[in-house]
Design a protein around this ligand. Structure first.
Ligand code: ZN
Ligand code: ZN
Length: 403
């Protein structure tokens, strides 16, 4: 594919921003804010974008004053393409003794979103500087609450009109398991949908020595745990991926009382929108059926937390792969294995074609290979200029391809 983008110029500008991006990333790392509470983070982003001369800056999503949308408007007419970063931190107390460690007790950037912010601000600076040559607009979406699990920041941004007029969108995640600077792409399903469920089986409590006078809810719960796996093994095409896991089981307190209730919670994940569509109905039928078998009642909650898998558009992803090869070199790009973790970037992809990719930030020597969401998580700052160069080059390529 012919990509008419001045990669060399973008890369050298990105390198010149490396120090500033590191400083900024560490500043944000020290001041993490939880989902839907990213007030200072959003303010910092909006101020920076204003300084860079971005247009149509909008601060705040719906009734929450968090999240930022802004445009770099090119000198010539053309399409509008979007770049997205998530900006929230996790409810984790940071361990270790980094000089830029979290000052907010109980909150931590343990997923690399501090890096995502610095990278996208870097891309905003690069693209603002070259806006006279751009044909079209690049929309920057700094999205809150990717980690919230129940109230997605992406769907909030969409309601706010973040995708109005936008023809395609790119997003990325830094990844500690991949060496710094290596890029992973994938056409089609890349990350899974994620549903959360809870079933409370209700029976009748009684004496442990007189089970005939009680209705044992724990037996129904046990039966359900086994039956649940038939959703995977007997009801789903074996060539599709489906995972059903129990996360917690609670019932009773002492040895000689048959508990009245047993509660189970868990998650169900798949890469297929078609499989996902029938899941809730099948799950409810199974839980109700098991409850009836054991003479219990079942209270069921089923929530599509991130109800859509991350599915990358084929043409857009090929364009990304070709662009990335020019930015980091052919040897540093590889096809990603599908992952059953989830991402609310998928909400955008239900509206417009999108491409999500992974960028390695793991460096053994700098101790940045610890898993995401761990209390000693950190990223290798050397990845920041690479990320900014990738994002800006890809935006230019998308504009050029009229996407
Ligand atoms: Zn995370
Ligand atoms: Zn994350």
């Amino acid at each position: 594919m012919d990509i008419d983008v001045d990669i060399k110029k973008i890369k050298s500008k990105a390198m010149s921003l490396a120090e500033e991006m590191t400083r900024l990333r560490r500043y944000i790392h020290g001041r993490p804010e939880l989902s839907w509470r990213e007030f200072e983070t959003s303010r910092l982003i909006a101020e920076r974008l204003e300084k860079l001369g971005l247009e149509d800056i909008r601060l705040g999503v719906g009734d929450a004053s968090v999240g930022v949308i802004a445009d770099v408007v090119g000198g010539q007419p053309g399409p509008c393409v979007a770049l997205r970063a998530d900006i929230d931190a996790l409810a984790i107390t940071e361990e270790g003794d980094l000089p830029y460690k979290s000052r907010n007790l109980g909150a931590m950037h343990a997923c690399g979103h501090d890096g995502h912010i610095a990278i996208l601000l870097g891309a905003a600076e690069i693209l603002s500087e070259m806006k006279a040559q751009l044909s079209g607009r690049v929309r920057f979406i700094f999205q809150p609450a990717e980690e919230h699990g129940q109230r997605s920041g992406a769907s909030g941004m969409i309601r706010e009109g973040a995708l109005e007029g936008v023809s395609s969108i790119a997003g990325m995640h830094l990844w500690s398991e991949i060496p710094t600077g290596k890029v992973q792409w994938k056409v089609g399903p890349m990350m899974a949908s994620s549903d959360a469920w809870k079933v409370i089986f209700k029976g009748k409590g009684g004496h442990g020595a007189m089970p005939h006078l009680a209705i044992d809810a724990t037996l129904a719960a046990a039966g359900f745990i086994f039956a649940l796996q038939t959703l995977v093994s007997r009801e789903t095409d074996p060539l599709e991926t489906l995972v059903a896991s129990v996360g917690k089981l609670t019932a009773g307190e002492v040895i000689n009382i048959i508990p009245e209730t047993a509660e189970i919670i868990g998650t169900i994940r798949t890469f297929s929108r078609a499989v996902h569509e029938s899941l809730e109905e099948r799950f409810r039928r199974l839980a109700e059926g098991v409850a009836m078998t054991y003479n219990c009642r079942a209270d069921i909650r089923y929530d599509g937390v991130y109800p859509y898998p991350v599915i990358n558009d084929a043409a857009l992803t090929r364009l990304f792969k070709d662009t990335a090869a020019l930015v980091v070199g052919e040897k540093d790009i590889q096809e990603a294995p599908p992952r059953l973790s989830s991402e609310d970037f998928s909400f955008y992809q239900t509206r417009i074609p999108g491409c999500f990719f992974f960028l390695g930030a793991g460096n053994e020597e700098k101790k940045t290979t610890t898993p995401h969401h761990s209390p000693r998580f950190d990223i290798d700052d050397d990845v920041l200029p690479i990320g900014a160069a990738l994002m800006s080059s890809y935006a230019c390529a998308m504009l050029g391809a009229g996407k």
